[in-house]
Design a protein around this ligand. Structure first.
Ligand code: COA
Length: 326
């Protein structure tokens, strides 16, 4: 049985914060941020939004695009590092209630910015063994609530949003996707957010801990990781990166994607880019980009694409697929 992406959706909160806006409260400027990251603006959730509400809006749009009713969803996976609650209940359970998916199991998956690729692989395998069943896979983040807005070396990078896909049995037969999932916990200190059980309780541990980033180390890892993932997928399938139609890489920094393109000797045009107006939305970045491309009519049947991400953990992962088959 073949499995495919049946529909996509996304949601970006309406409030836009530009680099110029940031320069009013931070020692930075548009020229520095744009030349070092490719980012000009990002969407930031207002008080009435949080990770589950944005995830539900993206999920609803994906269900509508797929023509699938909430009752038909058997599994909801939300990839996120910024859940509504610190640990439980999962954001996926809140999405399940918000969308009224009465027959669905639901859980969160935490693989940081690579989370969507991990999640779509789980949904693909689940849909393969549960004939006719449909899964809703969402990447959603409210990073604006965990970054340190005084740290110009990290807060300028991130934005909020959500993207979603519905996965289910394909209408006809199609080629199977291939995925690689990797991790390297030796790089755990490169990017982290404290506040878990690692720390023994101390007086004055509050307020909420913020994200800590070693930008140089993450940058070097990201370039190696994205190139390795894409090259190894192509090698595994006996093809070359040059034969790819489009690469949906995690939208972290335009200079990372430039360096990956150079390392792989691929034209930059093969890489989908929207980070100029979204910033880094972590696990949401790949499904937001995918939904944008679908809605612009840029993805045609049988196009060869790679989805690839990297993030805290360290994690890195990629999926090679012929659109829309998984
Ligand atoms: N505005 C102005 N100056 C800034 C600045 C900002 N927003 N952020 C840092 N600087 C300054 C630094 O203080 C430093 O000044 P100094 O030379 O006087 O000490 C200088 O710019 C260079 O800083 P550096 O950290 O070397 O810059 P960089 O070129 O490495 O860019 C990042 C920093 C964070 C943009 C880059 O390392 C990066 O994108 N890394 C990957 C991060 C990432 O993707 N994380 C998410 C993973 S999912």
């Amino acid at each position: 049985m073949s499995v495919q992406i049946l529909g996509t959706g996304s949601y970006l909160p309406p409030k836009v914060v530009t680099n110029d806006d940031l320069s009013k409260s931070l020692d930075t400027n548009d020229e520095w941020i744009h030349s070092h990251t490719g980012i000009r603006s990002r969407h930031i959730a207002e008080e009435d939004d949080c990770t589950s509400s944005m995830a539900a809006k993206a999920g609803k749009a994906a269900l509508e695009a797929a023509g699938v009713s909430p009752d038909d969803i058997g599994l909801i996976i939300v990839a996120t590092s910024t859940p509504d609650y610190a640990t439980f209940p999962s954001t996926a359970c809140l999405v399940q209630a918000a969308l009224g998916c009465k027959g669905a199991g639901a859980y969160d998956l935490q693989a940081a910015c690579a989370g969507f690729v991990y999640a779509i692989e789980q949904a693909r395998c689940w849909a393969k063994v549960n004939k006719g069943a449909k899964a809703l896979v969402i990447g959603a983040e409210t990073l604006s609530r965990v970054v340190d807005w005084r740290d110009r070396g990290s807060c300028i990078l991130f934005g909020d949003g959500a993207g979603a896909v519905v996965v289910g049995e394909a209408e006809g037969a199609g080629p199977e996707a291939h995925t690689v999932l990797w991790a390297d916990g030796n790089g755990a200190s490169f990017i982290y957010r404290d506040g878990g059980t690692r720390l023994k309780p101390q007086p004055g541990m509050f307020p909420i801990p913020t994200l800590v980033l070693q930008g140089h180390d993450v940058f070097a890892f990201a370039v190696r990781a994205l190139a390795k993932v894409t090259n190894q997928l192509c090698e595994k399938l006996g093809t070359t990166p040059a034969s790819l139609d489009r690469v949906f890489a995690h939208q972290a920094n335009g200079r990372i994607i430039d360096a990956v393109a150079r390392r792989m000797k691929l034209p930059l045009e093969k890489f989908y880019l929207n980070l100029e107006t979204t910033g880094n939305t972590s696990a949401a970045s790949i499904p937001i980009a995918l939904d944008e491309a679908v809605r612009k009519g840029e993805l045609k049947k049988d196009m060869k694409i790679v989805l690839c991400g990297f993030g805290a953990g360290l994690t890195y992962a990629g999926t090679y697929m012929q659109w829309p088959y998984l």
